[in-house]
Design a protein around this ligand. Structure first.
Ligand code: ADP
Length: 153
């Protein structure tokens, strides 16, 4: 069985999060929790990449607006690794609609509208793998954190 500490999630600071100066805040929460950053790049994603990333939402009425919003400026794409990082990452982000997000979550603390919800996080272990591959190919880092024995028992 693969090591549960190797689970990966694709976390992205969306264009509104970048413009609002929230990159550091979002990274800080994942670092403080104990997760390991294994990929990080600022980029302006192509329409093709965004449409592939959001392919499951293609039939939704908000899809064109979503692609326009996500094309509106650079994003910070990240791969985070650690035990249960997908599920924990989703609960750290909060609900898709920030108005339904609990205080203490990223969206619950930092934004209001569903179409400006500042961050993305993979919603299953499978989509974590798929999205990290889509955005990073094989170019994530493989290294040990020297604090690992302090984070995992
Ligand atoms: P999540 O990002 O939480 O995984 P979804 O995959 O359902 O949520 O949706 C992707 C993104 O599409 C959301 O983060 C949000 O930016 C946008 N979105 C979802 N639902 C709506 C909606 N009803 N109106 C506008 N934008 C939406």
């Amino acid at each position: 069985m693969s090591d549960p500490k190797n689970e990966v999630s694709f976390i992205m600071v969306k264009p509104d999060g970048v413009q609002r100066g929230l990159v550091g805040e979002i990274i800080k929460r994942f670092e403080n929790r104990g997760f390991k950053l294994v990929g990080c790049k600022m980029m302006s994603p192509s329409k093709d990449l965004l449409e592939t990333h959001y392919v499951d939402l293609k039939s939704k009425p908000f899809f064109p607006g979503l692609i326009k919003y996500m094309s509106g400026g650079p994003v910070v794409a990240m791969a985070w690794q650690g035990k249960n990082v997908v599920k924990t990452g989703r609960s750290m982000l909060g609900a898709t609609n920030p108005l339904d997000s609990n205080p203490g979550t990223i969206r619950g603390d930092l934004c209001i509208d569903v179409g400006r919800n500042i961050c993305h996080g993979s919603d299953s272990v499978e989509s974590g793998k798929r999205e990290v591959k889509l955005w990073f190919g094989d170019s994530t880092e493989d290294y040990s954190l020297c604090t690992e024995n302090m984070i995992y028992e």
